[in-house]
Design a protein around this ligand. Structure first.
Ligand code: YSA
Length: 238
């Protein structure tokens, strides 16, 4: 019997193909992050509930006492999202650019049909002189139409993420239902500053969503845990 690609591998390849056509490059970052990149540089307040033991896998370190380097917290954490790669990329590249970042993320959550402790996200970041919400909507609309088919509609709802202003939640209309699939927005000036960019010169938009959730919608999979069950009968359906 011939081998099969895992559906998540196929999804990442499909996502690459669609975004490269729109001029995006692919960037990657570490899964073991620091508190600075995962939270501080993204403008997440110190007392934000997402930093709690419940959501974040903090990694024990011998020198837990003083984990600072040049004013940055080096406390190790398994990244809870792909957004820290925004900062790493902005620090090391000269704009303008447009990137997508697929990768594994980790959250200390009870697993159920839609939540895993380890899952994949895809992040997007565009930095140029006049990035706008309209361009963000056009980009995501093109992506969803390419991935799901021409009948999909995209809608923005106001929402809050500390690293964007304004922030939106992105819904798509698929099989006659509106479903939430991503967070997005215009990159917050504090985030640009933390990454060394001048907010008066550069603007950006960003988005991030779960890859398993996209696959679940596309193929009608009702339990996220199936992706990690190791059951070949599941994998062979794709
Ligand atoms: C928002 C704005 C931006 O400018 C850029 C990115 C984002 C997204 C933000 N970083 C974030 O992580 N938002 S989120 O907590 O709502 O997660 C985004 C998506 O990841 C969810 O919609 C879901 O599809 C997926 N996700 C989150 N926790 C999950 C999960 N998938 C599976 N299991 C979990 N435990």
């Amino acid at each position: 019997m011939s081998g099969h690609l895992h559906p998540i591998t196929t999804a990442i390849r499909d996502i690459y193909a669609i975004f490269t056509k729109m001029g995006f490059d692919v960037a990657l970052g570490p899964e073991l992050e620091t508190e600075f990149y995962n939270f501080d540089a993204l403008n997440v307040p110190k007392d934000h509930p997402a930093r709690d033991m419940q959501d974040t896998f903090w990694i024990k370190h011998e020198s837990d006492e003083n984990m600072m380097n040049e004013g940055r917290s080096t406390r190790p954490v398994l990244r809870t999202h792909t957004s820290p790669v925004q900062i790493r990329y902005m620090e090391s590249h000269k704009p303008p650019y447009r990137i997508i970042v697929p990768g594994k993320c980790y959250r200390n959550e009870a697993t159920d049909a839609t939540h895993e402790a380890q899952f994949y996200q895809v992040e997007g970041l565009v930095i140029d002189k006049n990035a706008s919400l309209a361009e963000l909507k056009g980009t995501l609309d093109t992506f969803f139409k390419s991935y799901f088919g021409p009948d999909v509609e995209t809608r923005f709802r106001p929402s809050f993420f500390p690293f964007v202003e304004p922030g939106v939640e992105v819904d798509i209309r698929w099989k006659d239902k509106w479903l939430e699939v991503m967070g997005a927005g215009l990159v917050h000036p504090n985030v640009l500053k933390a990454a060394g960019l001048d907010p008066n010169e550069w603007k950006g938009f960003a988005f991030g969503g779960g890859i398993e959730r996209l696959l679940m919608l596309k193929y009608g999979i009702d339990d996220i845990r199936q992706f990690y069950s190791g059951d070949l009968r599941f994998v062979h359906q794709f």
